[in-house]
Design a protein around this ligand. Sequence first.
Ligand SMILES: CSC[C@H]1O[C@@H](n2cnc3c(O)ncnc32)[C@H](O)[C@@H]1O
Ligand SMILES: [Zn+2]
Length: 460
Amino acid sequence: MYMSHSRTRNERIAQGGRMTLRILIHSTHYLDGTGREAESGYIVIHGDRIAEIGPGDCPHSRSDFDQTIDGANRLVMPGLINAHGHAAMSLLRGFADDMPLHAWLNDRIWPAEAKLSPEDIHLGTQLAMLEMIETGTTTFTDMYFSMDTVAEAVLSSGMRAALGRGIVSGEGATLALKEAEALYRAYHGAGGGRISINLAPHAPYTCSAETLKEVMALAEKLDVPLQIHVSETRKEVQDSLSEHGVSPIVYLHQIGLFSHPVTAAHVVHADDNDLDILAERGVRVSHNPGSNLKLGSGIAPLLAMRERGIIVGLGTDGAASNNKLDLFEEMRLAALLHKGVLENATAIDANAALSMATSQGAKALFLDERVHPDLGTLRVDAPADLILIDLTSPRYFPRHRLLAHAVYSSSGCDVTDVFVAGRALYRNREFMTIDQEKVRYEAERVGAKFHTKASFSTPS
Ligand SMILES: CSC[C@H]1O[C@@H](n2cnc3c(O)ncnc32)[C@H](O)[C@@H]1O
Ligand SMILES: [Zn+2]
């Protein structure tokens, strides 16, 4: 349930003892994520919340603020929310490309992941967070291993995250379940509520019914949502039909998984019956168009999901399959792909694309219930997770409609500033919380252990 945030002493300490600042962004364009936009307005941040937002001039004296930001030539919008990913896979970017999912996982990715140490995963997460912050993401979800080190990296970065220890059946399953519970006990609500813990069974084809039942029992005990890859490829569906006689979605429904809050990643190959089940059970979905296209998995029935009232957010998936972590790109892809496939220019409009990357993304991760109902918007009292975009590029002129510019014309490269819970993580294109040079240097060093002769061969 959503916890009211009257600030206790412990919460202030958990926030790192940071002072409660008042910040004014004035003379700025904004999109508040609820359909309202202003050409000249102001936003007041007080502590970790949005205190005021409105068109026109701020009625308060500038001296009332600890910091004032001139927002002329800037667009302020809600920070983007990445609803599916594996952050540390940034270390495997460009390591295995142009392959279909199952060969990619079995032949290249899983053997490489076996060589990753907890320190590597910490580093890979930092590398991913640099890219996400630089391109305007304020919240992300992660499913991976060594999640305590991921949580530590998130805490020191200042980002918001929903983290789950990846679970697959086999020798390590019991330990993975123990680690998942330990992760919850150590980090749920940490960083002043910036970290939420979920459970992350990998997929119906890697988790047995027994494992899924153990995960469900733990989800019940901890009262946390689940995230799982579902119906990503045609092969996955065919294998499920051969093994269980039903699709992956019907199978998961039959074993009771959807009695719990679930974020299903991908849902590319789903028929009407599958979609009806997801809608009826309140399953929420992460649509990951870039990764699905690059792995040749297909195109998810996004419009059919939305028409049924299924909540859908947008995800990048890991950088080894995408190969970027730029949600502006996913937003544009989501809007354009489905117009083209359905020969319908209204299928996913600019507003739908932006909301999938913001407020719907928060809902897709159940963070509307766990963190704040207005996460992903710039409403008064919402968490102050917001980004500033540089509007000086020619592609923002003339300024007919900022919403359309944000979805169809912008790029993550235009992000200048990123705030999470009122704290600046990126100011005037400079990282405030992560040592970029160090991470880039270390990434190159650690990346060397994955170099193969093939990586350096010259194309004939
Ligand atoms: C058990 S931790 C997460 C696990 O997921 C793997 N992974 C990355 N991308 C995908 C994808 O698109 N479908 C299925 N599994 C994926 C990742 O390599 C980790 O092993
Ligand atoms: Zn994934």
